[in-house]
Design a protein around this ligand. Structure first.
Ligand code: SAH
Length: 338
């Protein structure tokens, strides 16, 4: 069977011709697959019947399956997607009551090799990179399943997107072009692979950047994020400044508040110092437990003090709403469990 979502528009034209059909059929198919997100050839009402039958015999739209679907009490939906080789990774649909945005949180790899100590994905180890079409398929799966149109995409599922650079970039191009999602509405989150951040700045499409900073003290960051040994805070900051200069945009710094470790006043001060000459917003993420009892959740009071200390530096600080924690879909909880 041929998987249609693997094809570019030009390839789809050739494919349609190879089946003895006129080129314009590709345009119809494209629109059904990407704009209307149908899951079945029979739903393609303006495609003539005998061509639909032909397609059913030789092609499928996606080669991924929904292995499991969980709906949270807050409306978040977590899909466990099975890829054609049997590997699985999550995709999460997040809706926010007060906004019309619908965000898809996609995985870029199965597993991850960055080894962040507080993250459930890291515990799984690295399995493989996802192909561009497999990243795209995650978004199409949500659209097919819900009938809703995704407006924003965040690369915050399993994997370190900058370790799968080429495939992730190709996926971004397709998301932008085929799904008409503006580049500002595509956010790539990275633990801070500095040279790859610079490389990204040179591309034609530069997504919004989010950095998993999590700590502004190099020694403690080393304990929780091995990447600090390779690209330390100083080098990371240089690459972030370069991003701001090049794009004119701000970066978002994600900061996981771990009880009594990264949520203290001392750590807030270190963070203030680190960001004072950086164009950034800060997104505080209260630590979500991953079942190993190693780290603690922060308490409400410490979260508020931390936020206040940063705001007094004139920075915009948000606290990430915990989405889908009841179905293990919150940040850091994605581990491909069936
Ligand atoms: N590898 C990329 C993309 C993952 S995004 C990155 O590191 O940015 C997932 C976000 O959730 C990251 O900011 C990650 O550090 C954070 N996270 C991981 N484990 C977490 C946990 N247990 N609680 C809260 N956030 C966590």
């Amino acid at each position: 069977m041929d998987t249609l979502v693997k094809y570019s528009y030009d390839e789809l034209e050739k494919y349609v011709e190879s089946l003895g059909e006129k080129k314009f059929r590709a345009k119809q198919l494209f629109s059904w697959i990407y704009s209307k997100s149908v899951s079945d050839f029979d739903m393609m009402s303006d495609v003539k019947k005998d061509f639909r039958e032909k397609l059913k015999n030789c092609a499928i739209i996606l080669d991924t399956k929904i292995k499991k679907k969980q709906v949270s009490s807050d409306g978040t939906i977590k899909y466990l997607i099975e890829f054609c080789d049997g590997n699985c990774a999550e995709t999460v649909l997040m809706r926010f009551d007060n906004r019309s945005n619908l965000s898809a949180c996609v995985s870029s790899q199965v597993g991850c090799y960055m080894g962040c100590d507080f993250c459930a994905t890291a515990k799984r180890g690295f399995i493989r990179n996802l192909e561009p079409y497999e990243i795209l398929s995650q978004i199409l799966t949500i659209q097919q399943d819900t009938g809703l149109k995704i407006t924003n995409v965040v690369f915050m599922g399993q994997g370190e997107p900058l370790n799968n650079y080429d495939n992730v970039y190709k996926a971004i191009e397709k998301i932008n072009e085929y799904l008409s999602i503006g580049i500002r509405r595509i956010t790539l989150s990275t633990c801070g692979i500095a040279p790859k951040i610079r490389q990204l700045c040179e591309m034609e499409l530069v997504p919004t950047l989010a950095i998993s900073l999590h700590c502004a003290d190099s020694n403690i960051r080393k304990q929780i994020m091995p990447v600090e040994n390779k690209y330390n805070l100083e080098e990371l900051k240089k690459s972030l400044k370069y991003y701001c200069e090049k794009t004119g945009k701000r970066v978002t710094l994600e900061y996981v508040l771990i009880g009594s470790l990264t949520d203290t006043k001392e750590m807030a001060q270190k963070l203030c110092e680190y960001i004072k000459d950086l164009k950034c917003n800060i997104n505080l993420i209260p630590y979500n437990p991953i079942g190993d009892n190693k780290y603690k959740k922060p308490n409400k009071k410490d979260i508020m003090i931390f936020k206040y200390l940063l705001e007094s530096q004139g920075k915009k600080v948000t606290i990430r709403l915990e989405r889908g924690a009841d179905i293990d879909a919150a940040c850091g909880q994605l581990a491909g469990k069936v």
